[in-house]
Write a protein that binds this ligand. Sequence first.
Ligand SMILES: Nc1ncnc2c1ncn2[C@@H]1O[C@H](COP(=O)(O)OP(=O)(O)OP(=O)(O)O)[C@@H](O)[C@H]1O
Ligand SMILES: [Mg+2]
Length: 384
Amino acid sequence: MDATAQPAIQLAGVSKRYPTGTIAVHELDLTFDAGQTLVLLGPSGCGKSTILRMINRLVEPSAGRILLAGEDVASMDPVALRRRIGYVIQHVGLFPHRTVGENVGTVPRLLGWPRSRVRARTAELLELVQLDPARYAQRYPHQLSGGQRQRVGVARALAADPAVLLMDEPFSAVDPITRDRLQTEFRRLQAEVRKTVVFVTHDIEEAIRLGDQIAVLSDGGVLEQRGSPGELLGQPASEFVADFVGADRGLKRLAITPISDRDLEHPPIVRPTDPLPAARAALARDGARWAVVLDPNGELRGWLSVEHAADGHGTVAGRVRRMTAWVPLDATLKQAFAAMLQHDAGWVAVLDGAHFLGVLTPESLHAAMRRSVESAEPETAGAV
Ligand SMILES: Nc1ncnc2c1ncn2[C@@H]1O[C@H](COP(=O)(O)OP(=O)(O)OP(=O)(O)O)[C@@H](O)[C@H]1O
Ligand SMILES: [Mg+2]
């Protein structure tokens, strides 16, 4: 079989009924692609943690099979299996009486790595999660902030370089600002390490931000829908999913819709060295209220309004105003909108590196938002 086509993890008809009678997971079929982040999203008690624990055999399924790189986990030694899988436990779960360094080095030590290699790996991982080893390796978990503890948890899970990482609400116990930072860090880290990540959350915003794919579960571990964030927001498969992703999914889509070339407007362009009469003529020709001022190499210098260009015979350079509202081309519509609000600007410039590409105004932004929502709506729901 072609190894690249094989899912990293496959659940086939997996159910879990606890001895108390609770059905936590019901006949679940789910595949996890290598190097991707799949988010398990659903309300409290819908079986998310149970699914993770079945993958690393802390819990045994009542029915069905779980394959790891094509191999049935039921036939593997559970301890050896767990050492191949990184696990970030809900509510962190660091060992309180071990230092940060000892926590991170747990699995490599268990694997019998030489001490020098464990130490080097620990330092490398602490740096990866942006904790200076010289400052933090000797501390104990209670001497860290909540966000720092979460990062140690992630470093520990990555220690033996597992192909699979199970993360159970790893960022739920921290304040919103720290959480935002940890999410940004996770994206950076995942772009670098490219693990197969199973990420559990009940926070839709977090799921959209971090998931390549999202699987929405309802009570009793029933799979409601699996798809990309865009598919989920645009075409919720059931009432349950629509409710769960929320009524403001149009707004949420903004956060994942990139700016497109065709959204951009192209106002008149003037050079700093242009004489003012020429600039006035350019504005008048387009009936524009303002022009963009570019250096000869295409870099954004600022802008010039009709009012500032009025009368006088100097050059544009003396009248140009600085432009603070700009976003890179790979920004989302939400970021463009935020920049416009933050700088109280009538438009935002879109740049590729330092190179000016065009602008978004409230009108073009609105058109882009409509396009983004409609492109994801099913035909019948398209009419507003
Ligand atoms: N060891 C257990 N024995 C009996 N029932 C259990 C056990 N562990 C979990 N359950 C039940 O199974 C269901 C699923 O639990 P699970 O922990 O997987 O949910 P979850 O989706 O992770 O929830 P949360 O978002 O609150 O962490 C719940 O009803 C829970 O009470
Ligand atoms: Mg849980």
